[in-house]
Write a protein that binds this ligand. Structure first.
Ligand code: GDP
Length: 292
């Protein structure tokens, strides 16, 4: 478990290594290091402070299990508390009815369109036959971008760049694809006013009646992620999160704050621009990256 704790923590962890009882001062030092690492990774400060308090209390008050060294005890607690925030390794998309309806949300630029094609490919490889509905009436090239991404994969796409009524597009698309295993509904990522975008998400949600709403969050945006997630979660029940752009130097701490804010698990991460740069979420790797 977390053998590869971030390099920021290795020194204090070394101090813990030879000890036979839990030393209060060292625990405090470890916690300071964790705080530093998480804040550097863009995790929200309040969240870091709450987390530190819990880790400290548990580390000092819980009796280590027999045969467990103080170091292992502290690492276990740190890990458990962080997993508590990001969620256990989540169930992948579980397609338990037909057609399973997935509604995608996310701001323009978050990587929503790319992620839709990635998830489509992923599910196709698992043997499902997905279809996509484009309801983005704001970005003129949205339909064309989806078409270019999905055509090579032989995934049917419904859309009509002439139709400016997102709700009508959703209804028609769902009608068209009612015999598929699943339908992924793409939505706009921008309106003139944010309120209009959010109102549209609420209306779309009531029409699509999604089995799962997936929110796409750009892993590089830091603290704004929390506000974004909160805004979207007011329009519908967000079921899961996909964090994009974790191939760069971003550590995804902002996204962690978003997850903690709305309580939806991260299911996948995007690790590049290509359609196969997509992985099931691995809490352990994500956490060691945050602490790194
Ligand atoms: P949308 O506006 O939310 O639909 O975003 P797009 O899907 O058009 O993506 C915006 C930009 O981010 C494009 O240049 C994508 O290639 C890029 N992008 C999306 N996901 C990833 C990712 O996981 N890693 C990297 N490096 N780039 C990504």
């Amino acid at each position: 478990m977390l053998g590869n704790l971030g390099k920021n923590l290795t020194n204090t962890m070394k101090k813990l290594a030879g000890m036979s009882i839990i030393d209060k001062e060292v625990v405090k030092e470890v916690i300071k290091d964790i705080q530093r690492a998480l804040i550097q990774s863009d995790v929200n400060i309040k969240l870091v402070l709450n987390l530190s308090k819990t880790i400290e209390e548990r580390a000092l008050n819980e009796e280590p299990q027999k045969g467990v060294t103080p170091k292992e005890h502290v690492i276990k607690i740190v890990y458990e508390e962080l997993v508590n925030l990001v969620g256990e390794k989540a169930q992948e998309v579980e397609i338990d009815k037909k057609p399973y309806r997935i509604l995608f949300m996310g701001l323009q630029g978050s990587g929503k369109t790319t992620t839709i094609s990635k998830l489509t490919r992923y599910l196709q490889k698992k043997g499902f036959n997905p279809a996509i509905v484009c309801t983005d009436t704001w970005r003129p090239a949205a339909y064309e971008q989806l078409r270019q991404l999905t055509e090579p994969m032989n995934v049917p796409l419904y859309g009509d760049p002439e139709n400016k009524d997102a709700l009508d597009l959703a209804r028609k698309g769902l009608e068209e694809f009612k015999k598929r295993d699943l339908v992924i509904v793409d939505t706009a990522g921008r309106h003139k006013e944010e309120k209009d975008l959010l109102d549209e998400m609420e209306s779309l949600s009531s029409i699509v009646k999604p089995d799962e709403v997936i929110l796409v969050i750009d892993g590089t945006i830091g603290q704004q992620a929390k506000e974004q997630a909160l805004a979207f979660s007011k329009t519908t029940n967000i079921g899961s999160i996909i964090i994009t752009k974790l191939d760069g130097s971003a550590k995804g701490g902002g996204a962690l704050s978003a997850v903690a804010e709305i309580g939806a698990p991260i299911k996948f991460i995007g690790t590049g621009e290509r359609v196969d740069d997509f992985e099931a979420f691995d809490p352990e790797r994500f956490i060691s990256r945050l602490l790194g």
